[in-house]
Design a protein around this ligand. Structure first.
Ligand code: ADP
Ligand code: MG
Length: 310
């Protein structure tokens, strides 16, 4: 299974509305990343930031405007997708409605060229991987959304790919099924030593399944790292805001170690030469100082929401 390297990868599209610079729009802007084999990676960012375009370039479905892509140091920038041996899963299962599960999974050229017995064995093995080995005769319309997406994953695996590219694979599922399938995808990748690149705009999804998060904004990589690294040490307001919740305070710096917000003097976690800073505070880091008497803390409850456990 390859290590994947992207060097200065850029994609410009001709802008339909034409109001962008020179009639082009830069969907992916000079991206440099490395993906380790056997890891679960998510590309996380808001809608329109270039995630799908980046994934499609890795797959070979989109021609690069600039830059290079390497699999194990081999330049695969211009290699057509069918030679790359990649499994691709889309948001909308894209199964063939007139074919049963067996044929949907066995549709690829690899399996079609197998003798019947070998194909049967192979498909059975893959269906077992996604825990649907008992449904090989079912048609897509007989299956739930979650099952359909597992079949789509099985089909991606049937090209014998150890690299899975998934574009918002859980986006069309209802929350409960999507959450369950998250763990199945993660387990599948770990158990069979696959490598996954999974596009999502859902921060919780990225946080729960990733070894590595690649955070994007307007075509650029903002930060990469494990969920813990990015959550604890976001490198920008955007990264702090997009992964987890955060309160932001605009402060005036008093001296190298202190800043003022309204009447409060706050110790700055990192020394600064700047005059004004934005301090980000995670809600769970807020504690009531033991020296403060509780009856002295005043506030207004504006809204109460019942969530069962809270
Ligand atoms: P995401 O998947 O993060 O939502 P996309 O990669 O789909 O973002 O799109 C990034 C930007 O590129 C958007 O502004 C989108 O409109 C534009 N774009 C994507 N595909 C095309 C295309 N085929 N032609 C023109 N513009 C495109
Ligand atoms: Mg997309």
């Amino acid at each position: 299974m390859p290590n994947i390297k992207l060097k200065n990868v850029t994609k410009k599209f001709r802008s339909i509305s034409g109001q962008k610079e020179n009639g082009t729009i830069t969907a992916v802007d000079n991206v440099n990343i490395e993906i380790k084999a056997h890891s679960y990676n998510t590309i996380l960012g808001p809608s329109g930031c270039g995630k799908t375009t980046l994934l499609r370039m890795i797959a070979g479905l989109e021609v690069l405007t600039n830059g290079k892509i390497f699999f194990n140091n081999q330049n695969v920038t211009n290699m057509p997708p069918e030679e790359k041996n990649i499994g691709f899963v889309f948001q909308h299962y894209s199964l063939f409605p007139h074919m049963d599960v067996w044929h949907n999974v066995g549709y690829g050229p690899l399996v079609r060229n197998f003798p019947k017995e070998k194909a049967d064995k192979f498909i059975y093995k893959i269906l077992k991987m996604v825990k649907l080995d008992d449904r090989s005769n079912a048609y897509p319309k007989e299956l739930s959304g979650g099952m359909k997406q597992r079949i789509a994953v099985a089909r991606a695996l049937a090209v014998r790919s150890k690299l899975l590219l998934l574009d918002e694979p859980l986006g069309a599922l209802d929350a409960r099924i999507g959450t369950a399938l998250r763990y199945e995808l993660m387990n599948l990748v770990k158990k069979y030593k696959l490598t996954a690149i999974h596009v999502t705009h859902d921060q919780e999804e990225a946080m729960t399944i990733s070894d590595n998060i690649i955070m994007m904004k307007r075509g650029k990589i903002v930060q990469t790292g494990s969920p813990k690294e990015i959550y604890r040490k976001p490198n920008s307001i955007f990264a702090a805001y997009f992964l987890g919740r955060c309160n932001f305070f605009r402060c005036n710096v008093v001296d190298k170690d202190h800043a003022r917000f309204q009447d409060a003097i706050i110790e700055i976690p990192k020394r600064t030469e700047k005059k004004r800073i934005v301090l980000g505070v995670r809600p769970e880091r807020v504690h009531i100082n033991s020296k403060v008497k509780e009856e002295n803390i005043q506030g207004t409850i504006e809204f109460i929401n019942f969530l069962g456990d809270r």
